[in-house]
Design a protein around this ligand. Structure first.
Ligand code: NAD
Length: 350
């Protein structure tokens, strides 16, 4: 029996769940949607879904077992609490809350009402991330000691609410939450230090991008960067290991690995003319010493899809893939990044 789901908020993401993600799933059925804006209500009907007249009508619909909250970030907490109190399971869009304290209230309400609370950290299923995770875990580059994860755009901050503090706007909350969730899902080692810098190039009251530099107890150093004023993008992923380097250019999965060969006694690199000088250090490595290798095929996640997992947790008491203690860690890390950016000081954790 599929889970009967109602969607609150039928903007970009709510409608994407309804008309894209969920059309590929048989384990969840969309009962209807609700949006406070009249034009979005009309769109719900135009897309062939039932449009609830009010939130109360949606929450009182006894056939609805679960609710997806896909509204601006500042409304997640209240809508989640109301849905849990109405006896619904809740799937909440990222970032689930604006603070660790708010999230604690939400998880406590889920426990009290004996309902599940899921957070849609969907980028754990991204093919580029899964390739990088496999390279990291299988040590295809030797041990990776430097990982750079970036998303760069040149369109500024989109829309209205993402540009205001009150609505939970800014790029740390918007994209940072994805990149940090991926990083903590990938690296199994405690964070040692955190430093960060926010960008306010566009003059908004919220960050239009940020860079954070994190070090881990296992020696890994990570750069996490989000930019919205980058007319030339840097690669999505760049990783350095002791025996190779990987580059994933973009979500199109272009890129390559360059790996050391067994032939490290081969001829030394020849000096090259570089600008007004000569260099051997910065010359390409000799052809015998390195090989160019295609990126591995994107491994499909070894775990079920997000909604298959939601189904298994609700119906079969399976373990959630996106665990709320992990979500909490990411919220804590975002708060620390904000503090590091505001004070200009490095935070030392261990
Ligand atoms: P959006 O502005 O396109 O849509 C938000 C919709 O919510 C609007 O139609 C608005 O009228 C409606 N709304 C606002 N308050 C409401 C309320 N109280 N009740 C019912 N409807 C209400 O925004 P979006 O881009 O769809 O983002 C929505 C959420 O989805 C945000 O939390 C965002 O971070 C998240 N999101 C997640 C991803 C992802 O990949 N996981 C991608 C984009 C957005």
């Amino acid at each position: 029996m599929p889970i009967q789901l109602a969607i609150i908020g039928y903007g970009g993401m709510g409608s994407y769940h309804a008309n894209d993600i969920l059309t590929k799933e048989t384990c969840v059925n969309v009962r209807g949607c609700f949006d406070i804006k009249a034009d979005r209500k009309a769109q719900i009907e135009a897309d062939g879904h039932y449009a609830y007249a009010s939130l109360a009508e949606l929450l009182m619909d006894a056939t609805v077992e679960a609710v997806l909250v896909a509204t601006p970030n500042d409304s997640h907490k209240e809508l989640t609490l109301r849905s849990l109190q109405a006896g619904k399971h809740v799937i909440c869009e990222k970032p689930v809350a604006l603070s660790v304290v708010d999230f604690a209230e939400m998880t406590a309400a889920a426990e009290k009402n004996q309902r599940c609370l899921f957070v849609h950290q969907n980028r754990r299923w991204d093919a580029d991330f899964l390739i990088m995770r496999e390279l990291y875990q299988q040590q295809r580059l030797g041990a990776i000691f430097q990982l750079e994860s970036r998303v760069h755009g040149a369109n500024g901050i989109p829309g209205d609410w993402r540009r205001t503090k009150a609505a939970g706007g800014g790029m740390l909350l918007d994209w940072g939450v994805h990149l940090l969730d991926q990083l903590l899902f990938l690296v199994d080692s405690p964070i040692k230090t955190i430093s960060a810098d926010f960008s306010y190039i566009l003059g908004d009251e919220v960050d239009d991008g940020f860079v954070s530099y994190l070090t881990f107890a296992n020696g890994l150093k990570a750069v996490i960067e989000v930019g919205t004023t980058n007319y030339i993008k840097l690669p999505r992923w760049y990783a350095k290991g002791v025996t190779g380097t990987a580059l994933i250019q973009d979500w199109d999965l272009s890129g390559e690995l360059v790996l050391q060969t067994d032939n490290q006694t081969a001829a030394e690199p020849k000096p090259i003319q570089a600008g007004q000088g000569l260099t051997k250090t910065m010359a390409p490595p000799s052809e015998e010493a390195t090989k160019h290798v295609q990126l591995p095929k994107a491994p499909t996640a070894e775990y079920p899809t997000f909604y298959q997992n939601v189904y298994a947790v609700i119906r079969e008491q399976a373990e959630p893939i996106v665990k709320n203690r992990e979500v909490k860690q990411v919220l804590e890390l975002m708060a620390q990044i904000a503090t590091a950016a505001q004070t200009g000081e490095t935070i030392h954790l261990s």
